[in-house]
Design a protein around this ligand. Structure first.
Ligand SMILES: NC(=O)c1ccc[n+]([C@@H]2O[C@H](COP(=O)([O-])OP(=O)(O)OC[C@H]3O[C@@H](n4cnc5c(N)ncnc54)[C@H](O)[C@@H]3O)[C@@H](O)[C@H]2O)c1
Length: 335
């Protein structure tokens, strides 16, 4: 029988691409999403419309906070794997609206973990974030580094769900993989993210907000590389004591849980990133310089050796090529 995957956040940027990849491989997918209006719902509907063309796809519209809807949907579908990508994303919005994050990310994830336990899923994969490394100054970030210094509420909710997952994995021996994503970008991307706003505003001749004079580094990871990493992980189910096999697989002595960075392993200066968008779009940006934003970190950089050792993960997309692909999609989608 083909693998059955329950994917939360399936109308979101990453969830959509991940669901599509499994459907293209002939797997059965049940998506779950609230279709909330944090950003343009039309974009979420367009993604969902594509997924609905697959006969192996089913969908439940619901909030993770509603445990009953979630349980009913999982009970009906009976997945062997859950990939949990629904969340209230975005560092900046979390400063003004922390409660939304508390509900969606912490309570919502708690319900997903409970369901995974109740329905005995074989592997629960949970989306976390590079932001859990917070103000750390040791680069690249490694999974075994301390993560006690989150500087945004969003990051704090992600760190919290990592702890919740660890406790459940330890108590109930639930196989869980936590993925720390590093700035994911690409076609069908999120309109609240900087690269999306830069492209849109440069094309429309509007000002772009540049924080800290563009002196910030990000490890930009192209969506296809992320999807490839997740796909390779599907059947790499964490086991107790796998640290003997994989260096830095630090948690497995007490619980079948694994934390993995998933990034591009290269840091790019924000101002160089903007220059590249200008070149590709063929227009100069009108820049508005602003001080460093609250909650933002100066730099991110992933070490993904552990993921590579386990799966052969090898991110291939240079950011210049990734931006080009994003622009082509953007022009096509928005005419
Ligand atoms: N895109 C990135 O650069 C990035 C970086 C780090 C971590 N992440 C994490 O990856 C995951 C996916 O992010 P994305 O970029 O695809 O974001 P996204 O906002 O595009 O997708 C999230 C989806 O979840 C849904 N959702 C939100 N709250 C919900 C709730 N309470 N109940 C049901 N559905 C809900 C939204 O409607 C949305 O479609 C998230 O956990 C995010 O925190 C993303």
């Amino acid at each position: 029988m083909k693998t059955k995957l329950f994917i939360t956040g399936s109308s979101g940027f990453i969830g959509f691409h991940v669901a599509k990849r499994y459907l293209d491989k002939g797997c059965k997918v049940c998506g779950f999403d609230s279709m909330n209006s944090y950003y343009d719902v039309k974009l979420k509907k367009s993604r969902l419309k594509i997924l609905k063309k697959y006969k192996n796809f089913s969908f439940t519209k619901g909030n993770l906070e509603n445990q009953k809807i979630l349980n009913n949907s999982i009970n009906k579908f009976k997945p062997s794997i859950i990939i949990h990508l629904a969340a209230q994303a975005g560092v900046r919005y979390s400063i003004e609206n922390p409660k939304v994050y508390l509900n969606s990310n912490i309570l919502g994830t708690f319900h997903v973990i409970e369901s995974a336990k109740k329905f005995k899923v074989k592997h629960l994969i949970i989306g976390s974030s590079s932001s859990v490394y917070g103000a750390n100054k040791k680069f690249p970030f490694q999974e075994i580094d301390k993560t006690d210094s989150q500087i945004s509420f969003y990051a704090a909710t992600k760190k919290s769900i990592e702890s919740l997952a660890h406790s459940y994995s330890s108590l109930w021996k639930m196989p869980i993989t936590i993925l720390r994503f590093f700035t994911v970008y690409g076609p069908w991307g999120r309109p609240d993210m900087a690269y999306f706003k830069f492209t849109k505003n440069i094309l429309n001749g509007k000002k772009i907000d540049v924080y800290n004079k563009g002196k910030m580094y990000r490890d930009y990871t192209y969506i296809d590389d992320i999807v490839d990493g997740i796909f390779r992980l599907t059947n790499k189910i964490p086991k107790l004591n796998s640290s003997k096999k994989y260096k830095n697989d630090s948690l497995s002595h007490v619980a079948p849980i694994r934390i993995l960075n998933i990034g591009n392993t290269k840091k790019v200066l924000l101002s160089n990133f903007i220059n590249t968008i200008e070149k590709i779009v063929g227009k100069k940006a009108n820049k508005k310089f602003l001080p460093m934003q609250k909650g933002d970190v100066y730099s991110t950089l992933s070490d993904t050796k552990l993921l590579s050792r386990i799966t052969g993960y090898n991110p291939k997309t240079k950011y210049q090529d990734g931006i080009m692909k994003f622009l082509n999609w953007y022009l096509d989608y928005y005419n």
